[in-house]
Write a protein of this length. Sequence first.
Length: 130
Amino acid sequence: MIVIADTTPLTPPAVFEELRQPETPQLVQEWIADPPAWLQVHSLRSLPEPELDCLDSGEREAITVAHEIHADQLLLDETDARQEAARRKLPFIGTLGVLREAARQDLVELMRSLLEEDSARNKKKRETGE
């Protein structure tokens, strides 16, 4: 996923490592192998709170970093992580919210992108017989 921002996006180490895992889509692995200069890996100043143990490591660290630096926005898609962010009064947005805002600012052609992705997914299903 590429995040569009008007400032430098930060990612905690656990998220950076998740993007390098074998189960991550190949395109993302290639992108993270040579990340752009604007992507900053931001280390935690403290350990995540035990209350966050129900989340995966990337979500735990993202919430922790957002809290530590008083982030303007936190990108979260998982319901449990969003609930924790809301409980902590951390502002968050999901991937669809990022896409909606980018489309509103004419930074992406959202409908065309979604249709192309859907078309590619259907083609793959036909080719593999799924």
